[in-house]
Design a protein around this ligand. Structure first.
Ligand code: CA
Length: 244
């Protein structure tokens, strides 16, 4: 077994897509601290943008700006709860922002382990040895129906309820993130993305693009380009983290 510590590189692209007037997605990362985030906001007027950028700013402040070295998964869970409260409090103070919320998918990269945390339907994937696996489970009404065997995947994709998410940051005073712990191996490639990517591109197509072994910024551009070519119905964000 190798004792070398895993090191990380990253790149991200966020794009408005071809149909939406604004971009309510947000991302943030610090390679130095091993913190990577994608958020997809929702709410009327500018509320979605406010929710997603508040989530990124608050989480990055607590996990990068004010922490020395890499945060623990417990610190990440606490930061997500604090970000949730910050958004919720802001929406309580301003009626125009009532009900705003955001998804969040975060990757915390340690020297030998990686943790992925999620709330909502933004996803975390891992490409290992050319094979793509979805790590997170969507907190959405249709995904829960699929998991309970009440709906199949193609029904879920066509359902008028496919946009309904069952967990979000900021819509209630409390939130619980799912957390997935993974061993880090050199060569692993992680993708964090909003549903604007995964609604347009199938997992096999995402896998085939990620296998191209291009620079990370070029891979992000290819993913976003392919999602726009497929329709670009929603904002598209992808963040890639490579373990080397
Ligand atoms: Ca979206």
């Amino acid at each position: 077994m190798s004792t070398a510590l895993v090191q990380y590189t990253a790149a991200a692209v966020s794009d408005r897509g071809r149909k939406r007037p604004s971009n309510e997605d947000a991302f943030g990362y610090s390679v130095e601290h091993g913190v990577f985030l994608v958020c997809d906001g929702m709410g009327g007027a500018a509320a979605g943008e406010i929710a997603s950028s508040l989530a990124v700013d608050e989480t990055m402040r607590l996990l990068a700006a004010e922490v020395v070295g890499a945060p623990t998964p417990e610190q990440a869970e606490k930061a997500i709860c604090a970000a949730n409260l910050a958004i919720y409090a802001r929406s309580q103070r301003n009626p125009k922002l009532a009900g705003m919320g955001t998804t969040l998918v975060a990757l915390i990269a340690g020297e030998r382990q990686v943790w992925i945390l999620n709330v909502g339907d933004s996803r975390g994937y891992r490409l290992r040895n050319g094979k793509l696996d979805q790590i997170t489970q969507d907190h959405s009404l249709v995904e829960e129906q699929v998991r309970m065997g009440r709906m199949n995947r193609s029904e879920a994709q066509r359902s008028p309820l496919r946009n309904v998410i069952t967990r979000a940051l900021g819509t209630q005073g409390q939130v619980t993130a799912d957390i997935f712990a993974l061993e880090a191996e050199p060569g692993d490639l992680y993708l964090l993305c909003s549903d604007g990517l995964t609604r347009e591109l199938s997992d096999p197509l995402i896998e085939s693009l990620l296998r191209l072994e291009l620079p990370l910024d070029e891979l992000c551009a290819r993913l976003v380009g392919a999602a726009n070519k497929a329709g670009g119905h929603d904002n598209i964000t992808c963040l890639l983290v490579k373990a080397g």
